[in-house]
Design a protein around this ligand. Structure first.
Ligand code: C6P
Length: 416
């Protein structure tokens, strides 16, 4: 896994050419040019992805793995080719380690339920962190309730960085699982997951990494990380909604019972007993999100052509520009100042509720997210009910950051 800190000279990354490929960016909102700063919630889609979806529905639409007819064959080929694109994108060893899910939430629930049901018992400890999205908290609470296992929480310092020494103390002979986010959706903190995985593995504890906010910003190599599971959503990676990926080491997936029952996940069914398909199909019950996976494959093609590393360097430059511009606003506090950070800026503005900031910014054509960002325990840790969050992607520009700064100053004037 590499993180890029040095901005590239701007001539190397042609952001205007990139923007042309994202049709939704070119519209007026309340009569103003859209400034889309909500990519952590969902990213906009390049034309290539939209075209792939359209082409699939116009020419190839059929169910997969079932029919002997031509369209079903074509749809199956496209679906399995997209799985291989995902495999290479995160450098998984084998395509069967890539399970297609409905999203990150679905992927984490799958592991908590299927792995947890088989392996957790009364008094076992599951480690998560205070940075987690609700999707990486509640599934573990559910399995703890069912098995008697208990949840332990890794704290953060005032910058919003995980305290590794506390993590090491929490790891012990009762620890059965660690599930941590790679990048915090609310603060942007990039966690040292490779070191944390190595520490857990010294005690033979498996680790799931929630990569929902990492894959759009960092080059992820699951073999290098040596994680046991890695989960992410297509829609934050410039692909369609409704599809996500669970990477799991083959041997671990094979040892797990199925998560859901239904078509495609079986080998044979009788009323006496059913037997299950091989991985990854054992975990893909029912008709999967065929078009969405094909669209995600197109998003990966797009990112490979663009060069994710170059785009990430550009984005880091933009993050620094935006951070400097925002901290210069009197009364504005950035919440989450980790030294290693992805392009997410959460902030509070003295005397103005985050929802009011969001409403005023919307009138200026600026899309940000306000609220608890599905991270209520983290809001509690920083003693704020909510934040305003601007999240950047490689299609954003310095000019858009300037528009944001002007609009925040306007909000301050309105409420002063
Ligand atoms: N965060 C945000 O605005 P789904 O909804 O399954 O695609 O992803 C859930 C999820 C899990 N983990 C992290 C770190 C996330 O950021 C998210 C989604 C969005 O921050 C929507 S709440």
């Amino acid at each position: 896994m590499k993180t890029m800190r040095q901005p590239l000279p701007e001539t190397i990354f042609d952001v205007e050419a990139v923007r042309k490929q994202f049709p939704a960016l070119h519209q007026l909102v309340h009569g103003k040019p859209l400034v889309y700063l909500d990519s952590a919630a969902t990213s906009q889609k390049p034309q290539q992805v939209i075209t792939a979806l359209e082409h699939y529905y116009q020419h190839d639409n059929a169910n997969i793995h079932r029919g002997i007819h031509k369209l079903s064959e074509r749809a199956t080929e496209l679906y399995e080719a997209a799985r291989i694109k995902v495999q290479h994108f995160i450098n998984a060893r084998e395509a069967r380690e890539i399970v297609v899910t409905r999203g990150t939430t679905d992927a984490i629930n799958l592991v908590a339920s299927a792995y947890g049901r088989k392996n957790f018992k009364q008094g076992d400890e599951i480690l998560i962190s205070v940075l987690e999205h609700h999707s990486n908290i509640v599934p573990w609470q559910l399995i703890c309730e069912a098995t008697g296992a208990v949840l332990r929480v890794i704290p953060v310092n005032d910058r919003g960085e995980l305290i590794e020494a506390e993590y090491e103390k929490l790891l012990n002979a009762k620890t059965r699982f660690v599930s941590i986010t790679h990048v915090s959706n609310a603060l942007g903190t990039i966690n040292p997951v490779k070191r944390m995985i190595a520490a857990a593995h010294r005690l033979n504890v498996p680790v799931l990494v929630d990569g929902a906010q990492a894959v759009p910003h960092l080059a992820v190599d699951v073999q290098d990380l040596d994680c046991d599971f890695y989960a992410f959503s297509g829609h934050k990676l410039f692909g369609p909604t409704g599809v996500g990926i669970l990477y799991g080491k083959a041997a671990t997936l094979e040892a797990m019972p199925p998560y859901q029952g239904g078509g495609d996940m079986i080998q044979a069914v009788s009323f006496a007993k059913s037997t299950y398909n091989v991985i990854p199909y054992k975990f893909e019950a029912g008709t999967p999100p065929i078009a969405a996976l094909i669209g995600l494959g197109a998003a990966i093609d797009y990112l490979n052509q663009l060069g994710l590393e170059q785009a990430a360097q550009y984005e880091q430059g933009l993050l620094h520009y935006a951070t400097d511009a925002l901290v210069a606003i009197p009364g504005l506090t950035i919440i989450g100042t980790a030294r290693d950070k992805a392009a997410v800026i959460s902030f509070a503005l003295e005397g103005v509720h985050p929802h009011d900031i969001g409403t005023i910014l919307d009138q200026e054509g600026i899309a940000i997210r306000t609220g608890h960002h599905c991270a209520m325990p983290l809001m509690e840790r920083f003693q704020v009910p909510a934040t305003a969050r601007a999240s950047l992607a490689f299609y954003n520009t310095k000019e858009e950051v300037d528009v944001l700064v002007r609009a925040i100053r306007k909000a301050q004037e309105v409420f002063s």
